[in-house]
Design a protein around this ligand. Structure first.
Ligand code: SAM
Length: 177
């Protein structure tokens, strides 16, 4: 079920954004992206996300790239596929998601931290809003992936998991393998 969707996190502020950048990675994995690209972040953030993949399964790829955002975007457009930028100024997700889903090219979903460069709006194939209100990249990414997969990502199975939860009404049941 997992499609060729990768996430690019732009504008991580060292130390200040550590927790939210980690959460962006965990949401990308849990909600069905194949991987996440970070630009020049602290290595322990990648390590934390990789540890989750190791314990709870994958596949999920975490990469730190030492290039600038524009080089990454231009290379993606030239060799991989399309850019979907999540922004409160974009087209409402429910109006555009069918078109994005029908496009079978690989997708790079770009989310910011603070203000993103203006040029990103023109380089992106789709600028998509998840409401036209300001909120969070974590919420925007989760809702985008959920709309893209039409809710099916909730039941996503992960391979090579060392830990798997057996859902129970009360308490915690975890199988180790
Ligand atoms: N003031 C910033 C701006 O002008 O872009 C907002 C930064 S917001 C905290 C961080 C990121 O969350 C944004 O770059 C965008 O990717 C995502 N985001 C926030 N609200 C959104 C919305 N309503 N729709 C889509 N994405 C949103």
């Amino acid at each position: 079920m997992r499609e060729e969707i990768y996430v690019l996190r732009l504008g991580h502020r060292t130390e200040r954004d550590k927790r939210i950048t980690t959460h962006v990675g965990l949401v990308a994995r849990a909600f069905g992206a194949k991987g996440i690209l970070f630009i020049g972040i602290e290595k322990d953030i990648k390590q934390k996300i990789d540890e989750v993949t190791e314990m709870w399964g994958g596949p999920f790829e975490t990469q730190i790239i030492e290039k600038n955002w524009k080089e990454i975007i231009l290379k993606w457009k030239e060799t991989e596929g399309i850019i979907v930028h999540l922004t409160m100024y974009g087209i409402p997700v429910d109006l555009i998601i069918d078109e994005i889903r029908k496009d079978k090219r690989k997708k790079l979903v770009v989310i910011g931290a603070e203000k993103v460069p203006k040029e990103l709006y023109t380089l992106s194939d789709f600028n998509v809003s998840i409401t036209n209100q300001p909120h969070s990249e974590v919420a925007a990414l989760a809702i985008f992936l959920d709309r893209f997969y039409m809710g099916k990502e909730i039941g996503l199975k992960f391979s090579d998991a060392k830990l798997t939860i057996v859902p129970t009404e009360r308490g915690k049941k975890v199988i180790e393998s």
